[in-house]
Design a binder for this molecule. Structure first.
Ligand SMILES: [Zn+2]
Length: 505
């Protein structure tokens, strides 16, 4: 998580008014024009190409802010920009100022803003295995831009679902601390909200066209989608969620596609363009050379998860989640989940003038909830306050403990511990211990927190997957993760001359 508090970002409503403003004008006399990329008559309201560009430009800084900023590696970002521009040359719209940005996050996703602003995450780059796969992703996003899907998108109904935690625990509004329900409604979420099936299919079809024109093997679109599905399944297992219900930022939730549909799009695009299947470049070695040394996992600047501990070396604190919880960092908060349905969320909130932790808890953070057993605490020398309330989850009533720890005059650290009501007793002590584990760390301890790197190494005859996967940060899921990173099916042995992605540091 970063210093920026989600409250500083636009609300979903504000964003929709601005971002999808034109779409909301349905019913008014909009103009219908034939799109040069899709060949369809499309309703894009009163929007011009210039409107698209202005919108992209205005939202670009917000996207950066919400996803940990741009990944600063001139060699790698220059490479992605070069491939992107090569693909953009083959599109029907040259008037967009195409810009390709690598986002500094382990989340696996890619998306586009109108006007030619295209984003790909570090996490996605780690997963891809060839330039052709990268080209497939960029082409698909380019197609969302050229077919002007953003301008066609209507209303709020397609806004991505609330976050992982809310989705998983299924909380509803009644009686919850007032800002719990705002979790996840960041500008970024609304900007990358999913497209319709038709738009996805069209983006695949056009994407195949663009990557073929640039000389890449269009089969890469389908091979990468398989990798994404594998990744999504491993992620779901790690989080103890049903397959497919993973993360609001995950590419599978914003681009719901199947390999079948991609293949169909491929056939469609190829017959139209009269291009042969299975032709074109993969450029796997070039790609692996480029990502060799790239940061992997959490950037220490945003805090890192190691086992049960979250450490933030810049803000200089750490805390532990209860045993069995899986921790997940994001730019705005840290959340953790247990397969039993219990969960926790950690973030920071502005004090809004509250003079004590108690006042903050009662009158700011949980102002709209009925809190019980409110008590003052001191944690690691910090003033703190805690209390509990009840809420409703999809699976029944939930028990929620809120804990606020004073950071400074302006802000509070906040823990929210949630359990199904019938498990409240089971989790009372582990939750209390977790809250009490919060502590400041020394500058030396902070300096020891280093980023992990992705390295590309040649396979050796004595390599074992267990050995190579040991350094990944996913505990008992390390081997599955290693297989996904290296395109190895379950039980498939390492190829004799395979170049392998391993994690160091
Ligand atoms: Zn898409």
């Amino acid at each position: 998580m970063c210093l920026d508090h989600p409250a500083n970002l636009l609300s979903r409503r504000q964003l929709l008014t601005g971002l999808a403003g034109a779409g909301v004008l349905t019913g008014a006399a909009g103009c219908v024009a034939t799109n040069a990329a899709s060949g369809r008559d499309s309703f894009t309201g009163f929007r011009s190409i210039e409107d698209d560009i202005a919108e992209g430009r205005a939202n670009h800084p917000k996207i950066l802010k919400s996803f940990g900023g741009a990944y600063e590696d001139p060699r790698l970002s220059g490479y992605v920009q070069k491939i992107g521009l090569r693909l953009a040359k083959g599109t029907e719209y040259q008037q967009y100022p195409y810009r390709f940005t690598i986002l500094n996050t382990q989340i696996v996703n890619a998306f586009a803003l109108p006007g030619g602003f295209i984003y790909i995450t570090r996490g996605l780059l780690a997963l891809a295995s060839s330039e052709a796969e990268l080209a497939g992703v960029l082409s698909h996003e380019l197609a969302h831009v050229t077919a002007r899907h953003g301008a066609e998108r209507h209303g709020a109904q397609q806004v991505a679902q609330l976050g992982l935690l809310l989705g998983a625990v299924g909380l509803r509004a009644a009686g919850l601390p007032s800002d719990l329900m705002r979790i996840g409604q960041t500008v970024a979420m609304a900007a990358i909200k999913g497209y319709s099936r038709e738009h996805e299919f069209e983006a695949d079809t056009l994407g195949v066209r663009y990557m073929s024109r640039a000389g890449y093997n269009a089969d890469a679109m389908a091979t990468f989608l398989s990798s994404l599905r594998e990744h999504s399944m491993v992620e779901a297992r790690v989080l103890g969620l049903p397959a497919g219900k993973v993360d609001e930022f995950n590419i599978m939730s914003t681009h719901p596609r199947t390999v079948e549909r991609v293949k169909q799009a491929q056939a469609h695009a190829q017959s139209a363009a009269a291009q042969g299947a299975g032709k074109g470049r993969w450029a796997a070695n070039e790609y692996l050379d480029r990502i060799d040394g790239m940061m992997f996992g959490d950037d220490p600047k945003q805090g890192v998860v190691r086992g049960q501990t979250f450490t933030h070396p810049i803000l200089r604190f750490e805390f532990r989640a209860p045993d069995g919880f899986h921790l997940r960092n994001s730019p705005t908060r840290v959340q953790a989940r247990h397969t039993s349905g219990a969960a926790m969320v950690f973030d920071m909130g502005p004090s809004k003038g509250a003079r004590s932790a108690l006042e903050y808890l009662r009158h700011v953070w949980a102002a709209r909830s009925r809190l019980h057993d409110v008590e003052r605490l001191v944690i690691d020398g910090h003033q703190a306050a805690t209390g509990w309330t009840e809420g409703r989850g999809e699976a029944g009533p939930v028990h929620i403990r809120a804990l606020a720890i004073r950071r400074d005059r302006e802000s509070f650290y906040r823990f929210m511990y949630i359990s199904p009501r019938n498990q409240a007793e089971r989790w009372a002590r582990p939750f209390r211990r977790s809250g009490q584990s919060f502590r400041r760390i020394s500058p030396d301890a902070a300096a020891r927190v280093r980023a992990q790197r992705l390295l590309v190494v040649p396979a050796r005859s004595d390599d074992s997957i267990a050995g190579l996967a040991r350094t990944l940060p996913y505990g008992r899921h390390n081997e599955s993760w290693f297989r996904v990173l290296n395109d190895l099916a379950p039980n498939q042995p390492i190829g004799e001359k395979q170049r392998l992605k391993v994690v160091a540091g």
